[in-house]
Design a protein around this ligand. Structure first.
Ligand SMILES: [Zn+2]
Length: 69
């Protein structure tokens, strides 16, 4: 399951362009890719971490990993 989604308002740390970053989870690792310069990273830029959209998605991931018994 690797749904790639664009991150609204995010700025690429490599080429400084906005709205070019795609984000997805691969093997429970967050991956980020810039479609403009093909920069890739396994961590979200700080501006993205502050995004409420991504924070909500991360919470869902945590709930999925830690299953209550
Ligand atoms: Zn870039």
């Amino acid at each position: 399951m690797s749904k790639k989604r664009f991150i609204a308002g995010a700025v690429c740390p490599a080429c400084q362009q906005q709205d070019t970053l795609r984000w997805w989870v691969e093997n429970e690792v967050e991956k980020v890719e810039c479609v403009a310069c093909h920069h890739t990273d396994t961590r979200l830029p700080k501006s993205v971490e502050d995004s409420q959209h991504v924070a909500g998605t991360a919470s869902e991931q945590v709930i999925g990993i830690f299953k209550p018994e």
